[in-house]
Design a binder for this molecule. Sequence first.
Ligand code: FES
Length: 526
Amino acid sequence: MTYNDENAKLPKSSKSLWMNFNDMEGFPTLDEHTEVDVVIVGGGITGITSAYLLVNEGFKVAIVEADKLFSGTTGHTTAKITAQHSLIYDKFIHSMDIGMNKAKLYYEKNKDALAFIKETVEENKIDCDYCEQDSYIYATTEEYRRKLEKEALAYEKIGIEGGLVDNIPFNITIKNGLVMKNQAQFHPVKYLTHLVQVIIEKGGLIFENTTAVNIKTGDKPSVLTREGTSITGNYILSCSHFPFYEGAGLYSTRLHAERSYIIAVKAKDAYPGGMYISADQPIRSLRSATIAGEEMILIGGEGHKTGEGKSTLAHFNALEKFGNDVFDIESIAYRWSAQDLYTLDNIPYIGAVTLSQPNIMIATGYRKWGMTNGTVAALLFKDILLKKIRVDEHMFGPSRFHLNPSLKNFLVDNANVAGHLIKGKLEILSKDASDLSTGEGAVITVDGHRKGAYKDDTGKLHIIDTTCTHIGCEVEWNDGERSWDCPCHGSRFSYTGEVIEGPAEKPLQKYDYKMIDNLTSEDSGY
Ligand code: FES
């Protein structure tokens, strides 16, 4: 079975399995100036959990979401609720910047997040397919066998329940595995839908299709929206994946984006239970989900820096091949991709955007572990607003920045960005628009200038400037999702140039396709 248009079993959209079960009614756009105690930007697990915790403490909150609730990374996750975040604890313990105490604290905070989700589900009887599962990392090479042994020692030192295993219940030859006991999985959209209902019942406000673009700072800061309205609060919590407002925090130089892919398949054999991820490349992630009484296996992996991957279809096909090698796949029900942000030291940034602006806080950089890290952020925000802890007086504070090893990574990431800033501008391309078939997109040369072109199914050409409107890197064509993706900080644009995902706020410059020999700029809205 391969992915092509003849395969009727495949959805045409890249809607995730979770988003297909989203029956939440829409919310209005913010259309007048509003004032609340706390403005929360972003309708994913961090924003919704924060709002839930804060309305329960008597705060007046508003969530402002650029698209629809859950439509970002939260709706496209594997939804594993675990403190087993690949191989991190041994690295944390041996990092000069992190060390034993913080490694332990990182684990405990994520364990607390798991416990919070469990208690919330049980107390509220939330029907969200929550179930406990053991979580496994497995190694298929000698190099990673040794790394898992070191990670197992780190588990012992930290006091993590688990240990090495020789086998996992699949047709995969492994060198060893490492289990973390009593983790969990759930349906994130069902879980968060319940929290949203509580937020509304307790007077919280929710605005969708309202894009936060800037902040007017002060004692009572205001979020300014692209739609021309504003909303003021004593605090602003930026839970929007990439921070929509960076202040002087230089987050563009401290975060990078990666994309990964998931397919949900029906298999002939029953899934044996557990959640799994490979330690070595290519990364493969496994869990099951029962949807409308039917068991599906979620196969994830193929991560790469945004804008630097091969064909998206090739990523899906690689996952399918793995699935066929391990399971007897009957059909593929869903496929989708996700985008995650990485910090310099692999610990999220949660706290004041800069120390001089403590009433504006951010939460970002969860890598692929947003269900627990997003909940960690929400629990921290609650404690900060209740003045139980001071902003940034904890290990997740974004103001941490030490020379070793972060500086090295900082320079590497910046060198990467600088490379993308100039690479495309120097590139000599031979393709032109007449080379494109219908349904094909590519970077082309027009009169010696680099442009992006996509020929739609009717033969119409859509031509854009490939300069990202964030800070000017060159976007690349993503043929699976028909989008222009930026390798620097992960902005994504539709083939017509509209923003799909920030940090870019403005569309790509568009050009008139009729004037292909003499391109003229169209009004692109900015
Ligand atoms: Fe930052 Fe494109 S330059 S996302």
